[in-house]
Design a binder for this molecule. Sequence first.
Ligand code: ATP
Length: 890
Amino acid sequence: MFARKTIKEVLKEFNSNLEMGLSQKESEIQREKFGFNQLETKKPKSLLSMFFAQLNDILIYILIAAAVISALLGETSDAVIIAIVIVINATVGIIQESKAEKALDALKKLSTPNAVVKRGGEVKEIPSREVVPGDIIIIDAGRYVPCDLRLLETANLKIQESTLTGESVPVDKDATLVLTGDDIPLGDQKNMLFMSTLATYGRGIGIAVSTGMNTEIGKIAKMLDEKVDTETPLQKKLAQLGKFLGIGALFICALMFVVGVLQKRDLFEMLLTSISLAVAAIPEGLPAIVTIVLAMGVQKMIKKNAIVRKLPAVETLGSVNIICSDKTGTLTQNKMTITKFYAGDSLGNIETLNLNDKEQKLLLENLILCNDSTYSENSKTGDPTEIALLVAGAQSDIFKDDLEKKHPRIDEIPFESDRKLMTTVNKYDDEYYVMTKGAIDNLLNICTKAYIKGNIVPITPEIKKDIIAISNNMSDDALRVLGAAYKILKTNHVDIDSLESDLILIGLVGMIDPPRLEVRDSIAICHASGIKTVMITGDHQNTAFAIAKELNITNDSKAVMSGTELDRISDEELNNRIDNIRVFARVSPEHKVKIIKAFKSKGNIVSMTGDGVNDAPSLKIANIGVAMGITGTDVAKGAADMVLMDDNFSTIVAAIKEGRNIFRNIKKTVIFLISCNVGEIIALFFAILLGWASPLRPIHILWVNLITDTLPALALGIDPGDPDVMKYKPRNPKDSLFKNGILSLALNGLLIGILTLAAFIIGAKYYSGDLNLFPLFPKGLKPDALEHAQTMAFVVLSCSQLIHSLNMRNEKKSIFQIGLFSNKYLIGSIILGLMLQIFIITIPPLASAFSVHALSMNDWGFVTILSLMPLILNEIVKMFKRLSSKTLKN
Ligand code: ATP
């Protein structure tokens, strides 16, 4: 047990050391020996069990029974075709399922955290799975512990261990402890850290002692195999709808069966027809199609740098009407460069900083020592604000490593966005310097003196006014301002609580962080699509407003509200004013929660960005919590619905656009499937009800279902997005999926049904020689003529559905406007469907298996015209829609 060993013993055991860590070579040897640092997951399901899972459906059972009965009755070809349909259906199901699963797996991999290790003397960030026993690991607030560690150093480190011990309060850790006794409970091992627990505060360094399945969590890894509800609200709604439609379809099929029996039709034929219609008309594939469209959409988003962690987010994204965004790094480039400094009464460009000047030298030393980042020519880790300070130091030939050796850190209070301050205590010969840096307004509150021209003087109101004016001038130029202060302690007996008080102000620095160029365009897009952009930042209001002006978020200084004002006003007043606020400045993470609640109370769908430990609550309550992939902590990523790989605002807008398109595609697919099913039901039900012969044989129905419900439906699901999608207002999430679609669904279903019946009647009349209009359907049809008529109905049913899929691509635009070939998958699946249909009719063995008749040129002419009708009629309707919206606009 490593908790009982001293640091020296543990380091010796792993042949590692704090300064250098393992070399790359040593780490490779360790990996050979111990494998990757990952928990083994469940074994993937076998193909066979996936196949049987697909068959586990009451309708499929009935279909199998029907196939068996057909075979017993000598209808071998029917039995074989039904069997083929079942197998193809199951195969398609498996492909869909595994594709969706793969996409989700890829997502999981992408969002696994990284670890900061020291290898070969250099600090670097690597994927957690590459950590090996013996690695020196650096842990800071917001980071997951990548494996089990024996601590070597700690600075106020607090760890949330609830995943392991159930203890919900973070526990203090201490590297200096060496425990005694046997069987020390995990919760008491204060000098150890355990895999997948979380640092909530402070900093620590440890050595990896066990990885992967050898860790404490690995030993109980089975507990992690929890089942999570992955169904999205839309999937749930669609599953309900599917059930509802299914019951409707079953009812109609049963009714049809009863009518057929009363009409003394062939009992088995009627049973088979009803079952086939039920199988075809019940949209059991709806949730599966939605999953695959969502999963493929998610893949597409990854290419645009947005990782969606929770599938429902894809749906919600399309309805977002307010984007609340951080400033630093999201709207700006996070490429901080110090440009100005002020110390000892002199203000200047950073290049003119003079190390012979005592105040200026102390300013730089303060900013480098009170700093947790690292910077060397080859690598940098940590907060860009702090890295900028190290870069400025390097330019004056002061390097953190050297300086820290001279003035070692003996204590610290980490930076927190609530305090907006950070403090370290460093040894200067026999004295101890308290070095504090942070937001200038917060710093001034705890400074009582200032270091000016070699003297330490009390801060008078005049001095304070001067400093604020200098800082405001920098802020107005969009500079981020950071102040520095210090005090000297005579002993190393540090009272943490009183460190940040009674300080001496040294000076300040201003750094530029240019806005991201592409963000201006994204904000314009948001504006055009009814999405409001709101900046929420910890930075000073002047800096925030200057950037907001540059990015066209607002030009109105009244649209800026500060954190202090937020604290002052009531929830009610905030609700009244919030619609006009575009910039919230100097806010802390708690304010973010208040802001989102106010926006949400007005029915808005809000997306919120965040990166820190304290941002987790606001990320959770926002409709879409967005975490930063580069600068974000593991906690923020864990709480978010989406992670931005590039921390870029424009990525949020791209994701919203994708979300809108995905929703539209799902809508297209669902409406397409249901309208086709309605067509099938109408054709059969009416023919039976009117006492006509059945226009379709059971296997025809199954076949049509197979070629339209699979590929064309999926191809619609991945339709290329409408380039104008960001010109519309956000979708109201309460709107039904069928909004503006139900009429078209019903009419097109009716149309397909009528066209099929028309083909049937035309065939019957033509081949019976009875050309009178009434009776509509000739009586006493010969088997040959019936087969002919059925063949025509069969071809029209399948081809009109295939053609109708083109109509679904856009509600208003003509297929020729959006480009007939712009969805190659759809065109491919239509051509494939048509070809298969033609093969069935023209290749004799297939034709006899499907009991179809060869068609003459005239017949083909008829069925072609009928099958094109949905396209022609829908194009005409769309033309009127476009004309009327044009007149409305005028
Ligand atoms: P955003 O929320 O838009 O990312 P931000 O990054 O500026 O804004 P915070 O990180 O909360 O927000 O920073 C707020 C203020 O705290 C900054 O304006 C700066 O003055 C100060 N600050 C930022 N980082 C540090 C740090 N590492 N040490 C000390 N002070 C800091």
